[in-house]
Design a binder for this molecule. Structure first.
Ligand SMILES: NC(=O)C1=CN([C@@H]2O[C@H](COP(=O)(O)OP(=O)(O)OC[C@H]3O[C@@H](n4cnc5c(N)ncnc54)[C@H](O)[C@@H]3O)[C@@H](O)[C@H]2O)C=CC1
Ligand SMILES: O=C([O-])CC(=O)C(=O)O
Length: 311
């Protein structure tokens, strides 16, 4: 199975590293516009093969898409990341043009691929990819919910003082500082509602910390995060390539689900070899429904900014 990752920067290279190390694919191509950069990252990752014990072929390419031919999955991480004090939405002006061109180039050589969109603002870039390529909606997947969920579970585990892998939880809605919806009501510690252990105030703090999880890291690092994002992409790619049918919140095109139409937004999806195989309808309560509708309005209004790019 072949995976191409466009953008060999922090997230792209980390994701390639995780996919190789975890033996998720047999071949990885990293592509970047910076001369020699993707080749360098690929060579460095290749040289971990014997110490980490994988045989995945990892190669790099400077903007030569013919090397990506026949990819089963293409991950788009090309574009600029935010700096402290910025929102993801502020990246739209530069990233929209990059993502649109990259998607066009990728499809010339891998017409049957599934595209995973990572570049921010991710929900908007996912919608742009869907509209500009005209691909069926099951083959365009925005990655955000897997990462937001992993942050949510980390903050929950810290509040509970319990191991992270004993905690279950999900984040739906937009992948934005104000649009994310951590579903605290449904989060559990090994199946026991976390509300049995944490106060309303403690749960509200976990939710608030989760929502600004990316901004907190951007403030600490001076650019946005990459270890958890890269690992989250690998987790998603694994479910596609190995047909694991994991339930992962992803930004996908909705047609009536959760009461919304004509946007890409984070909803729980079964992810397998066909990409998005099912959107799972969770019974939200009234407060959650209101939050989801508000999140969808914000995501929709960002799509208006794409009009000139989509013309
Ligand atoms: N959806 C999510 O959960 C997350 C999204 N992101 C987003 O992912 C994107 C990448 O972030 P980083 O890797 O940290 O940035 P980075 O700056 O480290 O890497 C981006 C790479 O894209 C390359 N690039 C730019 N234009 C290109 C083009 N036309 N073709 C090929 N390559 C091109 C650059 O040369 C650079 O190497 C950002 O937009 C960031 O906001 C980051 C973390 C999580
Ligand atoms: O915060 C950012 O800009 C990058 C991102 O999407 C994340 O780490 O969640």
């Amino acid at each position: 199975m072949k995976v191409t990752i466009v953008g060999a920067g922090n997230v792209g290279a980390t994701c390639a590293d995780a996919i190789a190390y975890r033996r998720i694919a047999s071949e990885i191509v990293l592509l970047d516009i910076r001369e020699g950069f993707a080749e360098g990252k690929a060579l460095d990752i290749s040289q971990t093969a014997t110490t980490l014990g994988f045989n995945t072929k990892v190669t790099g390419s400077t903007n030569d898409y013919s090397k990506t031919a026949g990819s089963d999955v293409v991950v788009i991480t090309s574009g600029i990341p935010r700096k402290p004090g910025m929102t993801r939405e502020e990246l739209i002006g530069i990233n929209a043009g990059i993502v649109k061109t990259v998607a066009e180039n990728v499809l010339k050589f891998s017409p049957d691929t599934i595209i995973v969109v990572v570049s921010n603002p991710m929900d908007t870039m996912t919608y742009l990819t869907l509209k500009s390529t005209g691909l069926p909606k099951n083959r365009i997947i925005g990655m955000g919910g897997a990462l937001d969920g992993s942050r949510f579970k980390t903050y929950l585990s810290q509040a509970l003082d319990k191991p992270a892998n004993d905690v279950q939880g999900m984040v739906i809605g937009g992948h934005g500082d104000t649009t994310m919806i951590p579903l605290t009501r449904l989060a559990t510690y090994n199946g026991i509602p976390v509300s049995q252990f944490l106060s309303v105030e403690e749960l509200a703090k976990v939710a608030a910390d989760t929502m600004v999880g990316g901004a907190t890291l951007t403030g600490l690092l001076g650019t946005s995060a990459w270890y958890a994002p890269g690992a989250s992409v690998a987790y998603l790619v694994d479910s596609i390539l190995n047909d694991q049918k994991k339930l992962i919140p992803c930004s996908v095109f909705v047609e009536g689900e959760y009461g919304q139409n004509d946007i890409c937004i984070g909803v729980p999806c079964v992810i397998g070899k066909n990409g998005v195989e099912k959107i799972v309808d969770i019974q939200l309560n009234d407060a959650e429904k209101t939050l989801f509708a508000k999140s969808a309005d914000a995501v929709r209004s960002m799509n208006d900014a794409l009009k000139s790019v989509l013309e």
